[in-house]
Design a protein around this ligand. Structure first.
Ligand code: SF4
Length: 232
């Protein structure tokens, strides 16, 4: 089984994906990284106020799972107009979309919330994975957008959520990824299930686009070698 975060991890480094599945105890998450995750979750909750009165498909669960996917199906068939953390499973990939909004004609707009001032390249990949899974589940998507901070917003008095966030549509960019998505999923599923850890040299991928949480493990050998070289 893959998820959006596992696919983005695997696209950054196959070794990282394998370690995450097979040796997760080697991960190290600094307090700073944890604070970034926590702040991202809080921003996601704040952005829900831009589309009020939605139903949370993950209510009662710590993270999206198969039960949340069942909840999402039930919410859609019961006519719910706005769904938070809408969860879908297709082709052995599970994703949760921050905000899903139904239109008058029955198709949907999806919003992925990011705590940035604009759209970044990794956001396109994130959303392309979600698009692949959602459309695979039969959801008719009209648009997909990144909801990010409005850099023009200046707070004057109480927080104005409608002005704090702005949505940038990225449907066309996301469509470009769709043809290759089944191959990406198939390859990464095979990599995480293989018995041997892929051999990957350390490099730029250890910090771009995201800091890898296996750096302590992979870089340890390099640091040790450098220390020994310095002694001889
Ligand atoms: S530290 Fe670098 S080489 Fe090691 S798993 Fe992470 S990205 Fe891959």
């Amino acid at each position: 089984m893959l998820s959006k975060s596992k696919i983005t991890r695997g696209l950054q480094c196959q070794k990282s994906l394998w370690l995450y599945k097979n040796q997760p105890e080697l991960r190290y998450i600094s307090d700073q990284q944890q604070a970034i995750f926590d702040s991202g979750a809080n921003v996601g909750l704040l952005a829900q106020h831009k589309f009020p009165n939605g139903a949370d498909a993950t209510k009662g669960h710590n993270w999206p799972n198969f039960q949340c996917a069942d909840n999402t199906r039930n919410l859609i068939s019961s006519g719910q107009q706005i769904i938070y953390e809408a969860t879908f499973v297709f082709n052995k990939v599970l994703v949760a979309v921050d905000i899903l909004v139904r239109n008058e004609d029955g198709c949907w707009d999806a919003y992925e919330v990011k705590s940035t001032n604009g759209v970044k390249k990794p956001h396109i990949v994130d959303t392309a994975i979600q698009y692949f899974v959602m459309t695979g589940c039969g959801i008719k998507l009209r648009s997909v957008s990144i909801m990010h901070f409005n850099k023009e917003y200046v707070r004057m008095g109480p927080l104005d959520i409608n002005n704090l966030f702005v949505a940038t549509e990225i449907t066309e960019e996301v469509l470009v990824w769709q043809e290759q998505m089944p191959h990406i999923v198939q390859d990464l599923e095979a990599i995480q299930s293989q018995s041997k850890c892929p051999e990957v040299e350390i490099g730029n991928q250890c910090s771009e686009p995201y800091g890898c949480d296996f750096r302590n493990h992979c870089w340890k050998a390099i640091c040790l070698t450098s220390a020994i070289s310095a002694l001889i």
